[in-house]
Ligand binder design. Sequence first.
Ligand code: HEM
Length: 512
Amino acid sequence: MEGLDQVQQLLQKYWAVLVLGSLLARLLYNKYGQNLNSIPGPFLAGLTDIWRFWNTCFATAHDTHIWLHRKTNSHFVRLGPRTISVSDTTLIPTIYGIKSGFGKSDYFVPAMMPFQGSFTPGLFAALDEDYHARLKKPINSAYSMSTMVEFEPLVDATTALLMSKLDNFAASGTSFDFGVWLQMYAFDVLGEIQFSRKLGFLESGKDVSGIMADIRGKISYAGCVGQIPFLDRVLTKNSLFLKLVPTHPIVTFTLDRMEERAVVRAQGGAQKRDFLTRAIEAQAKYPDIVTDRAIVLYSADNVAAGSDTTGIALRSIFYYLLKSPACMLKLVAEIDWADRAGQLSEFVTWQQSNKLPYLQACIKEALRMHPPVGLLIERCVHGGIFLGGNYFPEGTIVGMNPWVTARDKSVFGADADLFRPERWLEASQEQLIAMERANLVFGHGKRACIGRNISMLEISKLVPQLLRHYTLSFVRPEQEWKVHGGWFVWQTGFEAFISKGVWKDDSQIFSI
Ligand code: HEM
């Protein structure tokens, strides 16, 4: 008893020392006990994930990652006790390829959306590859190239609405936030493709039901908390959270559309071949997998993963073109030539757009300059592996940031930080292969973006369509947008004037 009392007294006296000692031991173990200490990186990053959490929430992480790789002149940079940023683009197939044994890390778990009392991973957040493959198979064809052609009229309907709104700005001569309208366009297109119904942003000029703000909040949360996924278990994966935040507005919107569709089907009404119809068809074929819950997951994933990203991409294309008048001039000339030659229909089709090489080079280059995803696309090492002469033990998180690979000077040249679409047209075959390989904008391999075709469809059609009809200029010529880092690298402050009419060299109107 006496011994116990002594221990108790010692604990009471020295508890602070013990707590601090354990903490210190943990930090030292983090730094030196992971077999990763030979990898360069910020000192604090080796001690705790709080460094990368901080850098993601309160800085522009993509800039930090580029800077660190350049400063250390290393293909491997330690961003956390067990997290390594990789920049060697020849390793992309090893880390992300179809045959890669690496799985998604817990980073993706905070992206799950709750509804009907629980969280279920959709395609994006699924960590279990077998589950992912089962979920993907029934719906894969809805994202195929051949399906895209059938989606074209749905995109055109939204483009017509956007153009009617732009006409109003042109007539009034007032400035407007072009970036916001492009984002609303991207959201409404997905509404059309998903449910043959716009989400209502362009019509109202507002964020209906707070869907955009909610998704933005969710993505920001997932990007930050994903740096310390354990936090998510405490913060949201509990019954109190589910009571407070039972679901997200986009899920409610999806459920409403599903109910409407059920009524139409019961009445034998005609249904458009949109994404929802295809998902319902898939349900008939794979009833065990494509449950109603799975349809909600597919749809919510699409809107969350595909709207802001496409909005960001559209903004980048117009912004970089406005900043580079010589490129704009060339591009408008290419489109004008095709127009005069009768090669463009009332709404530019995807096929027509793909025949405009300078346009395609501008799109690639703007996406390279500003990939919408700006954090590591994390993967977890299974069983340990040697990469670039370094051994990464089981459980190490490795990943590449699309911004880092896109700015690799050994691939894109000394001018990698410049917007120069010509690089895609001048490159040798060998260089082009290396440049394409370094392109992680849509990810790579078995978990690459399933919606890439949808996004490219929207972008390829809208850019030439607007360039044919409007003249756009910055409100202030020296204007710079503001870039916000995170999983999605949003831009704000793209204020513009617009007028009708095509760019004319002699008129000195700078236009699109
Ligand atoms: C410019 C636009 C887009 C960009 C930059 C983009 C980027 C990405 C990236 C990098 C990934 C891979 C994540 C990983 O490997 O861990 C991804 C996955 C995904 N994206 Fe996209 N995306 C875009 C548009 C879209 C669109 C339009 C949709 C749907 C309509 C979509 C739906 C998805 C889904 C469902 C996944 C998960 C795929 C899977 O794991 O099987 N994305 N996206």
